[in-house]
Design a protein around this ligand. Structure first.
Ligand code: URP
Ligand code: ZN
Length: 485
């Protein structure tokens, strides 16, 4: 007998929108059929009037993040339990966080990060190992991590003082190594020397407001770093992913590179699409400090074009859960503000309202950027990002007619503010099903604290070929097909 049938809904996938029912057994989808065809299940969920999406995949989140600033460590207010609970309430059923190398080697760093998540995270998760040390040992760890199901690496091109920056040698070598072995390199693309110089000069001149922060990182800071990373990707035949692309200049570089065959994907985030640098002039503008900074309206416009034309493949949250107290430590001095914005729960209604109701994206395009493309790019498809037999039974039921003014109170979360507060948003998740079980309803996570059963997801980008000699790296072209959204 079937465990569950979700019936009567309007199913949305990248291939189209149709009325139908979804059958689930033992945590997997076993059938998708026209209305009323499937047999009775132990549980029937009536989805009439609702949109049924595959569970959303957020490939860029920082749960329980800790940042080292000049005056010490600052911790986010959430952790794997509360952050993933908010994700579930917002319709997300898989997240990819980070394991940022600091004192341990990359493999031990991943183990430590998994220990923080296990038994607490309420949805399935994985991590991108973030490599911060240019050493032969770090490069050697890449093949072990890929074989263990972690084929995507993050390299920070900035944050030198925080011990997180990977230099150009590391970037080039990691691209070469992943090109050979089947993986990709995601970059936080900002030019470190220019941003550092600008910051020091701003501090010397006592220009430390939130808007001063934005001016330390103009468009050129992002564009130069993207250009450099693209050069390395092109020369190494590696696959590059640009995290949180925020500018027209960056977009043009990525578009041109894709047109000449460079294997590059790029994401932007909900905040770069819906907020402008104008917020930095407001009284609480320092709370919106993130890197790259929010941009002028002309960049925002370009990002929407990039989404509509497909140059941008993904919209992530880059969720970073600093509460008001953490942000307010730097009210008068941007160097004391931990960078990053919360947003893991708001991604669907923000995008449904600003992208679909405005006619910029169709529903299938929305499902692409929020679920299917991130699943494909990061090696989770078709387990995630699809409504088809064999896929995990991860679904989100959306009420397109539900309209709410968003506030921090929209979610049960220790984060006491929202960058989107005050926005009237439509398209709220009313139920999130993960592995065939309801994990959230009407904005509330149903999983008790400490009872999270999210699984660690191993991922694979191409057929695994650990023994391929390096001289055959150029064969990467055809192996790429499986991941191209
Ligand atoms: O400002 C951003 N993007 N913060 C995210 C967390 C980090 O440190 O990368
Ligand atoms: Zn981030």
């Amino acid at each position: 007998m079937l465990d569950l049938v979700v019936r009567g809904g309007t199913i949305v996938t990248i291939d189209g929108v149709f009325d139908g029912d979804v059958a689930i057994r033992r945590g997997r989808i076993v059938a998708v059929a026209g209305p009323g065809i499937l047999p009775q299940a132990r549980e029937m969920i009536d989805a009439s009037g609702l949109l049924v999406f595959p569970g959303l995949v957020d490939p860029h989140v920082h749960l329980g993040h800790r940042i080292f600033l000049d005056d010490g460590w600052v911790s986010a207010a959430d952790d794997f339990a509360t952050g993933s609970g908010t994700a579930a309430a917002g319709g997300t059923t898989a997240v990819i966080d980070f394991a940022i190398q600091r004192d341990l080697d990359p493999i031990a760093t991943v183990a430590a990060r998994r220990a923080e998540a296990e038994g607490r995270v309420v949805i399935d998760y994985s991590v991108h190992p973030a490599l911060t040390r240019t050493t032969p040992e770090t490069l050697d760890a890449i093949s072990t991590l890929i074989t263990a199901g972690l084929p995507s690496f993050k390299l920070y091109m900035i944050y030198r003082k925080q011990g997180r920056m990977a230099d150009d040698a590391m970037l080039f070598n990691t691209l070469r190594e992943t090109a050979t072995r089947g993986g990709l390199v995601g970059v936080h693309a900002e030019n470190a020397p220019i941003a550092e110089f600008n910051t020091e000069q701003a501090v010397r001149q006592a220009k430390t407001t939130a808007m001063d922060f934005a001016h330390t990182k103009p468009s050129d800071v992002e564009a130069e770093a993207i250009n450099r990373a693209l050069f390395f990707a092109e020369r190494s035949h590696g696959t590059l992913y640009i995290f949180h692309l925020s500018t027209r200049d960056g977009l043009q570089l990525v578009g041109a590179a894709r047109a000449r065959g460079v294997k590059v994907f790029a994401e932007t985030c909900t905040h770069y699409l819906t907020l402008t640098e104008g917020v930095y002039s407001e009284p609480d503008g320092h709370r919106f400090i993130c890197s790259p900074p929010l941009r002028p309206a002309s960049d925002v416009e370009a990002l929407w074009e990039g989404l509509a034309t497909g140059v941008l493949s993904v919209v992530s949250s880059d969720h970073c859960g600093f509460d008001m107290a953490a942000k307010d430590r730097g009210r008068a001095d941007f160097t004391r503000v931990p960078n990053g914005l919360p947003g893991i729960g708001a991604r669907f209604p923000v995008m449904y309202t600003h992208a679909v109701l405005t006619g910029i994206l169709t529903l299938p395009q929305l499902v692409a950027v929020l679920s299917t493309n991130p699943a494909r790019v990061f090696g989770l498809y078709p387990r995630k990002g699809a409504i088809q037999p064999g896929s995990d039974a991860d679904l989100v039921l959306i009420d397109p007619g539900r309209r709410l003014k968003i506030s921090a109170a929209a979610f049960d979360s220790p984060i006491d503010w929202s960058p989107y507060a005050g926005m009237e948003l439509s398209g709220w998740p009313v139920m999130t099903i993960a592995g065939g079980k309801a994990v959230a309803r009407n904005g509330h996570c149903l999983v008790a604290p400490g009872r999270g059963r999210g699984r660690f997801l191993t991922r694979q980008l191409f057929p695994r070929q650990p023994d391929v000699p390096r001289s055959r790296a150029s064969a990467g072209d055809e192996r790429m097909e499986g991941t191209d959204p």
